[in-house]
Design a binder for this molecule. Structure first.
Ligand SMILES: *[C@@H]1O[C@H](CO)[C@@H](O)[C@H](O)[C@H]1NC(C)=O
Ligand SMILES: *[C@@H]1O[C@H](CO)[C@@H](O)[C@H](O)[C@H]1NC(C)=O
Length: 159
């Protein structure tokens, strides 16, 4: 009985406390959340989660960046240019055909992180993207990429 009712209970809890408790956040229905407007942390979490959904699940970098990223994006990837449009264009050549699995993500104190397993041959790679938000808008990005060596000694290396 418990086994049968648990999923329904869990769904109920998710829908009541997850979706319906989302606060009314100014600007969420607008085409762009940049330039930045003020937002509390609950709204920022919702915005960051929408950004992740668009970029990593729907794999639509242009939409994700036009909606969520500042035109003057500060970019720290050693091979990327500055600014929203250059990075959106670069990602739109990579993300739609890439194979990866989102492992976890979090948002706290203006910083959002996502940990991704990227399918590479012969071993998967670990990617961490770190984003800084100013109010409603993502303004800065760092990334860290690690390849799993074939001779890894830890049986649970990286994942
Ligand atoms: C992604 O995986 C699919 C199915 O396994 C495969 O056909 C495709 O070539 C892979 N794409 C990349 C970029 O590895
Ligand atoms: C794993 O392989 C790399 C590259 O060949 C080598 O530099 C490293 O010493 C090796 N590490 C171990 C623990 O075997």
């Amino acid at each position: 009985m418990r086994l049968i009712t648990f999923p329904a209970t869990a769904l109920f809890i998710v829908s009541v406390f997850g979706l319906r408790s989302v606060p009314k956040c100014a600007g969420l229905d607008e085409d762009s959340l940049c330039p930045s407007r003020e937002a509390n942390e609950l709204c920022q979490r919702q915005i960051f989660s929408d950004f992740l959904q668009t970029l990593y699940v729907e794999k639509d970098p242009i939409k994700a960046f036009n909606t969520h990223v500042d035109v003057q994006l500060i970019e720290h990837d050693p091979f990327d240019e500055q600014g929203r449009d250059a990075n959106a264009a670069k990602l739109s050549n990579i993300i739609p055909s890439a194979n990866f699995t989102v492992l976890r993500s979090n948002f706290n104190n203006d910083i959002g992180v996502i940990h991704v397993m990227v399918k590479e041959d012969p071993e998967p790679a670990a990617l961490a993207d770190i984003y800084r938000m100013d109010g409603t808008c993502i303004v800065e990005h760092w990334d860290v990429l690690q390849y799993r060596p074939a001779n890894a000694t830890n049986p649970i290396a990286m994942f």
